[in-house]
Design a protein around this ligand. Structure first.
Ligand code: GTP
Ligand code: NA
Ligand code: MG
Length: 298
């Protein structure tokens, strides 16, 4: 990229942690909405992507249903996260999925901020959490390490502003930039086939600006951006770097972790899209063939 065209962009933050440690409650508190209440059984059903603005500075959050989506995206080469918040409930301490989260973040070389949650509970023991995490190399600054720890209560809105300030601090150090003056590229966060709307995809724009009418190839699908909604469900006409949007206009639903690319004209997008779909079909056939041959030798 031409350095002159690069401008700073919002950080993309993933919240990870063990089941029920308060990931959704934290996002909820950030958005001042009630995501948890609307969910079946209080379990996150899909990946959401939201933008929160702090003193005029936007932060993009991804809510993952677990680590599987993160792993899938990484396996597909889509490292879309700039910062990982690892939520640890202060009454529960470090659990298996906490360790998994640490390993994912380390493997992706993403800076970690630890949010010790539920400090409002009488049985909360933040010191124990810090002790346990030190064994995994996450040593608090107060103990001579360089990991940022913030003690919060997602439920009662304690220290959430401090956590956000820490995110912005880390983002500043990371010097996150992007070029908004080019054709958009980015990653699929989630996608589905909607009866009324057809294929709908939540995309994270990573470079460039995505616009209504853009010819686009998304994974093995293609089309033209017909409608574009922001994270509040409002219709928008363009979206710059680190912005999550939901679009329609694709011939088929792509998969989470797929990359998208905007083309100069519709014809090249269609040709590239058809070629990719064909190749995917051939690959699928090959896999099936292999399975059949393997079966013959069993
Ligand atoms: P999964 O998506 O299922 O992995 O869970 P999660 O990590 O998103 O946890 P969730 O936000 O659903 O919270 C689990 C439970 O902990 C809920 O009953 C929340 O009300 C409660 N909880 C979350 N944060 C706090 C907190 O700061 N204090 C207290 N006391 N309870 C909390
Ligand atoms: Na939960
Ligand atoms: Mg959740």
């Amino acid at each position: 990229e031409d350095e002159e065209l690069l401008t700073s962009r919002p950080p993309v933050v993933t919240i990870m942690g063990h089941v029920d440690h308060g990931k959704t409650t934290l996002l909820d508190q950030l958005r001042h909405t009630r995501v948890t209440e609307g969910e079946a059984g209080g379990i996150t059903q899909h990946i959401g992507a939201y933008q929160v603005e702090i003193e005029g500075k936007p932060i993009t959050f991804l809510d993952t249903p677990g680590h599987e989506a993160f792993t899938t995206m990484r396996a597909r080469g889509a490292d879309i996260t700039d910062i990982t918040i690892i939520v640890v409930a202060a009454n529960d301490g470090v659990m298996p999925q906490t360790i998994e989260a640490i390993n994912h973040a380390k493997a992706a070389n993403v800076p970690i901020i630890v949010a010790i949650n539920k400090v409002d509970l009488p049985e909360a023991n933040p010191d124990r959490v810090m002790q346990e995490l030190s064994e995994y190399g996450l040593i608090p600054e107060a103990w001579g390490g360089d990991t940022i720890f913030v003690q919060i209560s997602a439920k009662y809105n304690q220290n959430i502003d401090e956590l956000l300030e820490m995110i912005l601090l880390v983002a500043e150090v990371e010097e996150l930039t992007a070029n908004s003056n080019r054709l958009a590229v980015g990653t699929v966060i989630e996608a589905r086939l909607d009866k009324a709307q057809g294929a709908t995809a939540t995309l994270l724009v990573q470079q460039g600006t995505l616009r209504i009418g853009d010819p686009i190839v998304v994974g093995n699908s293609y089309g033209k951006v017909r409608t574009m909604l922001n994270d509040n469900g409002r219709r928008i006409r363009s979206a710059g770097p680190a912005t999550p949007v939901e679009i329609t206009g694709l011939n088929d639903a792509p998969q989470a972790g797929d990359l998208f690319v905007v083309f100069e004209d519709e014809k090249s997008a269609r040709m590239a899209g058809e070629e990719r779909a064909q190749r995917a079909q051939l690959e699928q056939r090959d896999t099936k063939k292999k399975v059949t041959l393997d079966n013959l030798f069993e």
